[in-house]
Structures are given as C-alpha cells and as structure tokens.
Design a protein around this ligand. Structure first.
Ligand SMILES: [Zn+2]
Length: 130
C-alpha cells in the first residue's frame, strides 16, 4: 500500500469510529483525531490528513488473504503490535477455523458499536473506498 492510500484508509477508519475525537496537540495546537486501538484500547493520534503520529496501522478485520476488502466496516485502527500479533496468530488459519471466526465476529461487533457518520467538518476527499 502506498503511504497516501494508507493515510486515506486510516482517516476513514478514524472518521467513522466514535472513539476518535478532535484534539489539539503540540506547541502549534495542531488539530488531530485521537482514539482507540480496536484490539487493546491504546490511544492513537492521526493528523487530519490521516498521517499517524503514533504507531497506528490499518487493521482489516476480515484479513485480506481471506478476501477482506477496504470497505469502511472492514477497516479499523490498530497498534502495529496488535495488528502483527493478530496477523501471525490468525491470518494463516483456514477460513472456517473457529478461533479465526470468533475473533472476526468480536472485532466486527466492536467496530459496529463504535460506528458513526464522519464529522461534517472533516475533509474526507477522495470518496470512501467501497
Ligand atoms: Zn492495540
């Protein structure tokens, strides 16, 4: 993934996650979005261009190797560490593996509960991935 695509997906994931709130950080009082890792709840911060100021990564809830896409419901923000751990523990399992299915169901439920419409003041161009 290119950096710009990663930033776009991160921004869309944060914009549609109610744990991500606007804050101002640093001496320049930069506006950022700050919210929680889908796995562990650790706080992550993005610029309003989607550039991570922490170790935030794009989590595909249904893994890409199992056909997971870039749709909003399948995207979440996760720590690098959480993302890598999930990947190495789960992504290699077969699709009907009960552990894989349970983790996906848990993350989908959590993502759905956090879901919101993007704030109207946020510039989310280009259009969302479908
Ligand atoms: Zn985490």
């Amino acid at each position: 993934m290119t950096a710009s695509k990663t930033h776009r997906l991160l921004l869309w994931a944060a914009a549609t996650d109610r744990t991500f709130e606007e804050r101002r950080v640093g001496p320049s009082r930069q506006r950022v979005l700050s919210g929680k890792c889908i796995h562990c709840g650790r706080r992550h911060t993005l610029t309003l261009a989607g550039e991570p100021l922490s170790s935030a990564t794009v989590e595909h809830i249904v893994p890409k190797n199992h056909g997971g896409d870039d749709s909003i419901a399948n995207l979440a923000i996760a720590c690098t560490r959480c993302n890598v751990l999930k990947g190495s523990r789960l992504d290699c399992r077969r699709w009907n593996d009960p552990v894989l299915q349970r983790v996906i169901a848990t993350l989908q439920d959590r993502r759905a509960q956090r879901r919101r419409d993007p704030p109207t003041w946020l510039d989310l161009r280009p259009t969302p991935p479908t």
